[in-house]
Design a protein around this ligand. Structure first.
Ligand code: NAD
Length: 502
């Protein structure tokens, strides 16, 4: 059985703790994947030191050359796409087609970042004084602490680390405890590309990997004075803590947090299309996406008909190991995640008026007994104030609510602390545009599921889903760089702005 290591200063090393935690396949708890270091504060200290030292050289590498590294990263990921996806499914459970998609998102992000190395545009503005020139351009920040969740173990680290690197920063990466193997594969690829592109000028410590818990390793990131910025994706609870401590230390902090996304279906919608979308949105990745469809808001005129169509299709979803052909839905990522899901189902059963119409229990038949499977679950008659209508569940549970108008549907959709993704199915162009205007979410789909963001578009949410930053596309480069303003005075005299000219 393989014992994995941390990457610090270009060297694969054991943790100073000498301790490991095991990683198992959530579809088959007998399948042991490997042992991963339980790292210590000293390991973090060493990695941050290496990243700080590497920053001195990496920031001077021309940005197009830094982009060349990411081009090679994308090429290697493309070559290994199926292998990465297979191991990712084994590690966290979602089906092979989805882990291939997760990997592809990383490839797209690599190529986008590679080309950004040749842009990273600055802006010029005229000076208010004669014979003077004003320029502004992006400069790197320093060392970044990258903390990621388990549900997109490849895409999310790439969203953060590629723009960070191309901007000239160095990073220390702490992946989720549940997906350390994908993180290992990813960092190996980045390190390999660094060595290939930089050759004898290879700089150790540009990317460092520290496995371990949030409580130990993650907390050390917050406390470390040499970490200049933290990019975090995960739960709102942990995000708040990072924002509090990071804020006190004046660290730059980007937070991508929870969601409670809804799909509205109006009475003029294409119901077959809306049905495909809600099945994909609610039960894809076993409902464990920050953008998963957790609420379905049906117009009263199609409510009963749509629910009948939905329950029929849900009963046909095939659960199983995601690397097997024909499987639609994998397991929950862990026993404790499955318990959280089941607890919410119990809350739903106790909540006034909510009626269970599908699932509501562990799935334990035959091979399913080996893993953390839960039956795709639907509650109807849910009202906006119920906990299952407002709180993030992060599992295969869909709460169905009823509305009588577009205004009511949008009000129900907005009735949550979160604001990540949203969707409306309608063929009425006026309703569609009003929904775009009035829905409080970072992402709105018209006639599409709540999941399916593209790597070159801004990704993130409003309200308790984050702190105003975005990942993806061009917007993310604002987080990973500072603006520097430069004034060049070629008048040969001291010119005082605001004073000599007014
Ligand atoms: P989590 O918050 O438990 O963990 C996320 C990461 O934070 C892990 O690496 C964990 O080890 C680390 N961590 C935990 N405690 C920490 C601490 N005190 N200090 C520093 N780091 C700490 O979340 P999770 O269970 O891995 O992921 C599920 C959550 O992530 C859901 O709420 C989901 O909505 C959210 N998520 C959001 C997005 C988005 O883009 N908005 C994307 C995916 C997942």
């Amino acid at each position: 059985m393989e014992y994995f290591k941390n990457l610090i200063n270009g060297e694969w090393k054991d943790s100073k703790s000498g301790k490991y935690s095991e990683n198992r396949n959530p579809a088959d708890k007998e399948d042991l994947i490997g042992y991963f270091p339980s790292s210590t504060p000293e390991d973090v200290e060493e990695a941050v030191k290496a990243a700080k030292e590497a920053f001195k050289k990496w920031r001077l590498i021309p940005a197009p050359k830094r982009g060349d590294v990411l081009k090679i990263v994308g090429d290697i990921m493309l070559q290994k796409k199926d292998e990465i996806a297979f191991e990712m499914t084994r590690e966290m459970g979602k089906v092979f087609a989805e882990t291939k998609g997760d990997t592809q998102e990383g490839i797209d992000t690599a190529y986008y970042a590679a080309s950004e190395g040749r842009r990273l545009f600055g802006l010029n503005a005229p000076s208010e004084l004669p014979n003077k020139m004003n320029l502004s351009f992006r400069v790197p920040i320093g060392v970044g602490g990258i903390i990621t969740p388990w549900n997109f173990p490849m895409a999310i680290p790439t969203w953060k680390i590629f723009p960070a690197l191309v901007c000239g920063n160095t990073v220390v990466f702490k992946p989720a405890e549940l997906t350390p193997k994908t993180a290992n594969t990813f960092v190996k690829i980045v390190d390999q590309a660094m060595r290939e592109v930089l050759g004898k000028d290879y700089i150790p410590g540009v990317i460092n990997l520290i496995h371990g818990s949030g409580r130990v390793v993650g907390e050390c990131f917050l406390a470390n004075k040499d970490i200049d910025f933290i990019s975090f994706t995960g739960s709102t609870e942990v995000g708040r803590r990072i924002n509090e401590v990071g804020g006190r230390e004046l660290k730059r902090v980007s937070l991508e947090l929870g969601g409670k996304n809804a799909q509205i279906v109006m009475d003029d919608a294409n119901l077959e299309l809306a049905l495909d979308a809600v099945l994909w949105g609610a039960f894809g990745t076993t409902g464990q996406r920050c953008t998963a469809t957790s609420r379905l808001i049906l117009h009263k005129n199609i409510h009963d008909k749509f629910l009948k169509m939905l329950t029929e299709r849900v009963s046909k979803l095939k659960l199983g190991y995601g690397n097997n052909k024909g499987v639609d839905v994998g397991p929950c990522v862990s026993e404790s995640q499955r318990e959280t899901v089941n607890n919410y189902v119990q809350i739903g059963l106790k909540e006034d008026k909510a009626t269970l119409i599908a699932g509501g229990d562990y799935a334990k038949d035959g091979e399913l007994a080996k893993g953390w499977f839960y039956k795709p679950t639907i509650f109807k008659d849910v009202t906006p104030e119920m906990r299952i209508a407002k709180e993030e569940i992060f599992g295969p549970v869909l709460s169905v609510l009823k509305c009588s108008s577009l205004e009511e549907g949008v009000a129900i959709l907005n009735n949550t602390v979160y604001g990540l993704s949203s969707s409306i199915f309608t063929n009425n162009v006026n309703d569609a545009f009003m929904a775009v205007r009035d829905i409080q979410a970072g992402i709105t789909y018209i006639n599409g599921a709540t999941i399916g963001a593209e790597a070159h578009m801004p990704f993130g949410g409003v309200k308790a889903t984050g702190n105003g930053h975005r990942e993806g596309g061009w917007t993310v480069y604002d987080f990973y760089s500072e603006w520097k303003a430069v004034y060049i005075d070629y008048s040969g005299k001291l010119q005082r702005a605001q004073i000599d000219n007014y």
